[in-house]
Every structure is written in C-alpha cells, then in structure tokens.
Design a protein around this ligand. Sequence first.
Ligand SMILES: *[C@@H]1O[C@H](CO)[C@@H](O)[C@H](O)[C@H]1NC(C)=O
Ligand SMILES: *[C@@H]1O[C@H](CO)[C@@H](O)[C@H](O)[C@H]1NC(C)=O
Ligand SMILES: *[C@@H]1O[C@H](CO)[C@@H](O)[C@H](O)[C@H]1NC(C)=O
Ligand SMILES: *[C@@H]1O[C@H](CO)[C@@H](O)[C@H](O)[C@H]1NC(C)=O
Ligand SMILES: *[C@@H]1O[C@H](CO)[C@@H](O)[C@H](O)[C@H]1NC(C)=O
Ligand SMILES: *[C@@H]1O[C@H](CO)[C@@H](O)[C@H](O)[C@H]1NC(C)=O
Ligand SMILES: *[C@@H]1O[C@H](CO)[C@@H](O)[C@H](O)[C@H]1NC(C)=O
Ligand SMILES: *[C@@H]1O[C@H](CO)[C@@H](O)[C@H](O)[C@H]1NC(C)=O
Ligand SMILES: *[C@@H]1O[C@H](CO)[C@@H](O)[C@H](O)[C@H]1NC(C)=O
Length: 852
Amino acid sequence: MSKLRKKFLELLLCVLIIFTCVVVYGEAQSKSFLVDCGSNTSTKADGRIWVGDSSPNNSLTLSSVGFDAIASTTSIKSSVLSEIYKSARVFETTLNYTFDGIAQGSCFVRLHFSPFAIENHNVNESSFSVFANGLRLMRNINIQGEIAHKNLILQSSGHNSTASSLVKEFLLPTGLEKLVLSFIPEEGSFGFVNAIEIVPVLDKIFKESVAKVGGSEVELGLKGRGIETMYRLNVGGPKLGPSQDLKLYRTWETDSSYMVIENAGVEVKNSSNITYASANDSPVAPLLVYETARTMSNTEVLEKRFNISWKFEVDPNFDYLVRLHFCELVVDKQNQRIFRIYINNQTAAGNFDIYAHAGGKNKGIYQDYFDPVSSKNDILWIQLGPDTSAGASGTDALLSGLEIFKLSKDGNLAHFIKFDPNGHSVSDSKMRIIWISVGAGIATIILFTFLVTLVVCLCKIRRNKSDDSKSNPPGWRPLFLHVNNSTANAKATGGSLRLNTLAASTMGRKFTLAEIRAATKNFDDGLAIGIGGFGKVYRGELEDGTLIAIKRATPHSQQGLAEFETEIVMLSRLRHRHLVSLIGFCDEHNEMILVYEYMANGTLRSHLFGSNLPPLSWKQRLEACIGSARGLHYLHTGSERGIIHRDVKTTNILLDENFVAKMSDFGLSKAGPSMDHTHVSTAVKGSFGYLDPEYFRRQQLTEKSDVYSFGVVLFEAVCARAVINPTLPKDQINLAEWALSWQKQRSLESIIDPNLKGNYSPESLEKYGEIAEKCLADEGKNRPMMGEVLWHLEYVLQLHEAWLRKQNGENSFSSSQALEEAPESSSLQACSNQDSSEMEKSQTGSTLHNME
Ligand SMILES: *[C@@H]1O[C@H](CO)[C@@H](O)[C@H](O)[C@H]1NC(C)=O
Ligand SMILES: *[C@@H]1O[C@H](CO)[C@@H](O)[C@H](O)[C@H]1NC(C)=O
Ligand SMILES: *[C@@H]1O[C@H](CO)[C@@H](O)[C@H](O)[C@H]1NC(C)=O
Ligand SMILES: *[C@@H]1O[C@H](CO)[C@@H](O)[C@H](O)[C@H]1NC(C)=O
Ligand SMILES: *[C@@H]1O[C@H](CO)[C@@H](O)[C@H](O)[C@H]1NC(C)=O
Ligand SMILES: *[C@@H]1O[C@H](CO)[C@@H](O)[C@H](O)[C@H]1NC(C)=O
Ligand SMILES: *[C@@H]1O[C@H](CO)[C@@H](O)[C@H](O)[C@H]1NC(C)=O
Ligand SMILES: *[C@@H]1O[C@H](CO)[C@@H](O)[C@H](O)[C@H]1NC(C)=O
Ligand SMILES: *[C@@H]1O[C@H](CO)[C@@H](O)[C@H](O)[C@H]1NC(C)=O
C-alpha cells in the first residue's frame, strides 16, 4: 500500500515539475522583445539576440510595413548596437507595432533611433509622434534635432560629445497584456525607428509613496502613470552598459559632464564586499553602481563651504522623481559624514548620514524624492553640501548614483519643444513670441543704441587716457573686431579650419616643421624649458639668431587641443607690452605648434623660491607685480567684453631679459560676461591655492576672480613661499589664509621673505599688504578692479623709490638707475652669508646657459 502511495506521490511530483517548467518556459517566451526594425534576420548585438521585424508572428504584428531602409556600412558610428542600427523601418503613415502576451507587470520600453541617409528622405526633416496604448511618449520630434541638442548641452559643459543615436526609455504602467506602439508621422513628413526593446520589470522598483521636496509624503499613483527616464548616472564611476545590468539592461552614464564644477568632487572606489542594505533592492541598481562614488574634494583648504552640484535640463511643468543611490565606502562609523541634499535649491534632506541609513559601511541604499518642477524652470539642480547644524565630526558628502524620472501628466510624457537639426529650439508658439518681440524689440533697439554709443565713448576716453596705448601697434582694435568675426565663423566649421582662418589673418608667420626642428635641434629635451597640460615648451633659435619659445601640443591630447585653440583665439586678439606675444605657428603634419617671443628670465616664481636664482629686490618685485597688473588690466578692459585670464599665478608671469613682466598662458581664458550678464557660468578651472573661493561656491566667473588670484600672487611675491605647502602646520598650508591673518593684524613684516629684510620701505610694505588684503576679500564685489590695484601698486613703488633716494643720502642728482643698484647688491650680500657658494654656482650656470 505504502509503496503504491509513494509511486503516486512521485508521479504527482513529476507532473507538477513538468507543469511548472512549461508555465515558466511559456512565460519566458512572451516576456521580452528585442526587435531589430527593418531587418529580416536575427542579429546578435550587445550579447543579446535581436529579431528582425520583417517576418512578424503571433506575438508581434505590424499594422503596415512602411519600408525597410538599410544604412550603407560606412555611415554608422561604431557602438555595441551598431549592427542593429544599420537598419530602420521608415513610415509615412501611422505604423502600429502590437506586442501580445506581455506578462502582467510593468515593462521598460526602449526606442532606439540612429539616423542615417534614407533614400528619397532628408533625415533632418523627420517629424513624428509616438503613443503607447494611448499615452503620448513623444510629440512631433525631430530625431536629428534631439541628438544635436544633447550634444550641445554636453559640449557647453566643456565635454566633447558626438553621440549619433538616441535611446528613449519609458517605464509603462502595470497591468498591460497587449502593448500597441503607434508611430504617427506629422502631416507630410515621415518617421523611422531602428530598434525596439521591451523588458518586463517583474520586481517592484518604485514605492507608491515618496517624500516630497520641502513637504510631506505624496502618493505617486503609478498605476495610471507612465514614466520616462531622463537621466541615469553612475556617479564617480565609468559608464555601465546593458551587459553590466543583467536584470534590466539599463545604461548608466558617467556624471562628470553634468557637474557644475568638476573639481568639486573626487571619485572614490571600493569594490570589495559591497552588498544591498536590503535584499529586495537588487533590481534597483546593479552593485557596480555602488562600488564607485563621488565625495567633496580638497576639503582641507576650502573648509567645505561649497556644494557638489549637478544640473540637468528637464521639461518644465512635469513631476519628477529623483532617485539618489548611496553607499558609504570610506568611513566606518556613524556621525562621520553628514550632509544636506538640495533639489532645486530646496532642502530635500538634512542631517543625512549614509552609514546610519544603510546600517553599515559598503551597503547600498537609495532614496527617492518627488519634485514638481514649475513652468518657470527647465533646469533641475541636485546639490550635496555641508550640514553645519548637525555638529558632526565630519561634514562631507557622497553620492554613488543618480536617476531622474519624469512622471506623465494627463496622458502625456512628451515635451513641447522641438529642436532643429542644429539642436536649437524651434518655438511652437512662434506668433506669440513674434508679437512680444516686436514690442520688446523697439525698446531693445533704443537701449542697445544708447549702450553702444556709451561703450564707444568710454573706450575712446580710456584709449586716450591709457598710458599703454603707445605700446599697442596702431590699428589693434579693428584687428580685434576682424578676428572676432572669423572666430564666430570658424566655430561653425570647427577643427583645423578654425586654425587656418585665424592663421591667415592674424597669426603672423607660418613656420615649416623643418624650421621648427632646426630651431629646437629636433625637439631636444635639453632645450625644454617648461611643461604643461598641453605638452612641452622649448627654447629655440631662428636662423637669424632670434630666440624664441616654442610650445608644442602633445598629439591626441583633447584637453590640450581645446586650450590651444583658446590660446590662439585669445592671443591673436591681443597685443600688449605686458602680454607675451605670439610670433607665429606651425600646423604641418597634425602638429599644433605656437611660437612666442622668448622670455629670457623665465617665470616670476623661479625668482622667488624653489630655485637657486638670486633673490629679486623689493623694487624688482614691485615692478613685476605692476607689469603683470597692467597686462591683466588690459585683458579685463581692452576689449568690449573683456577677457578673464582664469589662471593667474606666478608661473604664468614671465620675465624678459630686462625683468619686464608679461602675462602668459591663455589656455583657460574666457571672454568676459556680455552686457546683459554680470558673470559667466562655467566649470571651475584654475590652480589650487589661487582659486577664488566665491567662484568655487557660486560657479560664476567674473574679473574679480582674477583679482583674487592676483592678491595671492602679491602675497607670494613678498613671502616667497609656495601658495599651498602641505608639509607646514595646518594653519600655514594655504598661503592666502595664512598671510591674510597676519596682514589683518597689521604684521605682515613678520612673515616676509628674509631676503627683503632691511631693504624695503616699511610704508610701502604696509600699503602693499592693504592692497593684497583687498584683493582677497571674500566677496568679489568688495574687491577692487585691476585698474585700482595697478594704481595703488604704482603708488607703493613711488613710496619705495622715495625711501631709496633718502637711504642714498643727498646724491639725488644721479640717475635712478644707479641709485637702485646699491640696495640690490646689499640685499645680495645680506643673504650670501648663508648660501653664497650655491648662488655662485647657479649664477655661473645660468651664464653658461645663456651663452649656448
Ligand atoms: C515573434 O517575433 C518576436 C519579435 O520578432 C520574437 O521576439 C518572438 O520570439 C517571436 N515569437 C515566436 C513564437 O516566434
Ligand atoms: C529579406 O529577405 C529577402 C529574401 O527572403 C532578401 O531578398 C532581402 O534582401 C532581405 N531583406 C533584408 C532587409 O535583409
Ligand atoms: C493603431 O493603434 C491605435 C491604438 O490602438 C488605433 O486607434 C489605430 O486605429 C491603429 N492604426 C492602425 C493603422 O492600425
Ligand atoms: C571630439 O573627439 C573626437 C574623437 O574623440 C574628434 O574626432 C572630434 O574632432 C572632437 N570634436 C571636437 C569638437 O573637439
Ligand atoms: C574596501 O572595503 C573593505 C571592507 O570594508 C576594506 O577592508 C578595504 O580596506 C577597503 N579598501 C579601500 C581601498 O578602501
Ligand atoms: C562581507 O560582508 C558580510 C556582510 O556584511 C560580512 O558578514 C563579511 O564578513 C564581509 N566579508 C569581508 C571579507 O569583509
Ligand atoms: C548649497 O546649495 C543650496 C541650494 O542651492 C544653497 O542654499 C546653499 O547655500 C549652498 N551651500 C553652500 C555652502 O554654498
Ligand atoms: C539654484 O541655485 C543655483 C546656484 O546655486 C542658481 O544658479 C539657480 O539659479 C538657482 N535656481 C533657482 C530656481 O533659484
Ligand atoms: C542635416 O543637418 C546637419 C546639421 O545642420 C547638416 O550638417 C547636414 O548637412 C544636414 N543633412 C542634410 C541631408 O540636409
């Protein structure tokens, strides 16, 4: 009996197992769809099989076929999906894709678009809408325009981006069994689609209620709403592709191009033993996202008085769900890293402690915030910053991943802005805008005319007044205007053409590569006099004996290329006695070489400390500061918009054979704010120790940022020490802070270069300290203009010269030249007690060097 029962049970078990298998198998069959549109074969791409849609079956039907288009192989940019991007389905009338048998639950729908030349159609003019079961996903969009617009945004943050395809991802409401995707071309236009991907989401990845920014919990009502993924970033880490997110095949982009200041955050990484804080969270993000993160940078020096900020273009008038992923990788206690989260400048969370939330280190968690974006906003800001109220032992922020989802409103997810093939928005309500602008236009014209007249007058006055006008070659202003135009033209065409256009008009002599090789003994390393992000600088000699400096860009350095171009554009506009001038260039064989006048005495810094050169006298230092201040003043005021140098430091101040100081290195320079703005928003670049803290905090660049850096230069020139010296006690690390604290006690003389002792007029030092202090004012508006700084420095020099005359008794008839010799040589003697032998060596060394 019992045997029989056992057999029966076994049989039952077998049947059950088979039944389950069939069910699971059957479900798996109907779950996901990977469709390679316009193709009749199956293609493997991205590790998955994509099935052509030219032979539909029960579960996939097409209402009309339109026609298949195949790209010529050469026109497709290589990507993991380039195989499936080679074909597209093109439609001139409504095309319905019907997917049958999708499991209950929500699903990701990804639409892939990768435009290529289609027979008889101008792909720039495609325009169509897409609906999913009646929910509008896109409205009359131009694919080329969308791609161009994305590239524009990325490029504006200084990133070189040339995406050629667009993937739109949607998460559609739960409870669908049949999904109809309708592609509807605009009247008289057409549309296309390269691939469709449907991935069911079996686990819940959204909660029903989430915290509202600046308010209480809200119900999302996701059952009746569609979601579009706007951004999905692996913060502080590499791009993750679908094959690294095997559950849902999502793509996680890198975050740096969305950061407002890239330097504000540093990447951290720890891939050992990372887990989800809650086991149910595994579909939310792959663990790889939690292995990398970004924290606040250089917190020692800047006291963390800043936020790490990301900003995103979004469509106004929608509700957004912001999902932030965190995983503490560094600290292993509570209360060590506490910060505030701001979304659109409102506090979304304060006193946030990842360790406490996750219950430990290396545990991934996420937080959702609901943010309704008003019609006035099209930028969504996400900022993490210090929470000073918390009283934690450490305030620093960390973020591992970030997602922004747009929630549908009234059956719509589409934005209403259309972009032309160049990526600029084409307004829908043209008429209204025309009427407004007619009204505004008249007022603007009047105002503009007035301003132009004012500017022209002011320029004239300034030009007449400026004592520097002598040193400008006649006709520099028309030159500037001319170059300005050609730059604008060249921008549109880009690349080496830009160089050529400029070259032809303004860049002076064009050297052959052979000439450059001869001048530098084939780029002999012995002749290298400097090195920078772009490449090396060599000293060279032309056939006629003229000494030159040759800056050669490292091939393939993207960063270098951009800075190089800026330098060319800037320098060809500018001619001034206190700016290093460009003699010519060479662009043969893909080389980017610039030829400058040779500055025999190198950088100002090398004469202050760190090398064995004889110390400069107080007068020489003042003259160097005055020279560079003149150069900067000219940069700020010499052209209509002014130019901000952005990298003022003692290594960018060069001295010629007569110790005349000139500003160099315009690789980071930016045109100043235009008339309707008071600042330029830009990623923070520059050198630590010289960086304007306000610029760092507010990301707004003004001329006052240069003034700040110049203030640091002033202190460096008098203290003769590095601006950041981590080996010193904490309060002395940062020269700007340290010197400022002494200056505030009116005792700057206690920390000045010992070489100066006794050889300067105390009154001049006092005034000098006051100017430097003003330059370092915390807020830009309290800092003087460069012109004022210059004026004060000249006064300081006068004070010192008067003192020198007094020191030299009554022989005040002889030339001032002779007078200044005396104190200088005595200053040499003063320090020769300590290291005379070393100095002698270096002097003879440099003489030899010069004679070569
Ligand atoms: C039907 O076609 C779709 C897409 O072309 C494919 O994913 C699916 O496996 C096919 N189903 C059958 C039963 O062939
Ligand atoms: C589809 O298959 C037919 C033959 O069945 C072939 O002639 C045609 O070129 C194929 N089209 C594509 C897009 O591969
Ligand atoms: C496409 O699908 C929509 C929605 O299901 C339907 O209203 C429309 O008639 C369909 N069009 C065609 C051409 O089948
Ligand atoms: C961007 O980079 C690509 C290669 O990385 C290069 O071919 C292209 O010219 C660059 N574009 C710009 C605008 O710098
Ligand atoms: C990564 O985390 C593990 C476990 O907490 C720790 O032992 C290890 O030191 C960490 N590695 C780094 C580089 O911080
Ligand atoms: C990894 O994490 C688990 C759970 O937190 C812990 O039990 C285990 O000891 C950890 N292993 C290492 C090597 O740190
Ligand atoms: C960080 O950003 C928020 C919101 O924009 C702002 O209120 C706050 O002052 C900022 N904090 C710092 C230190 O700049
Ligand atoms: C939010 O703050 C940033 C700077 O922190 C500012 O540029 C932006 O205009 C602010 N946005 C709003 C809506 O106030
Ligand atoms: C499409 O637009 C781009 C950008 O304006 C342009 O470079 C290209 O030549 C256009 N293509 C056609 C076929 O008109």
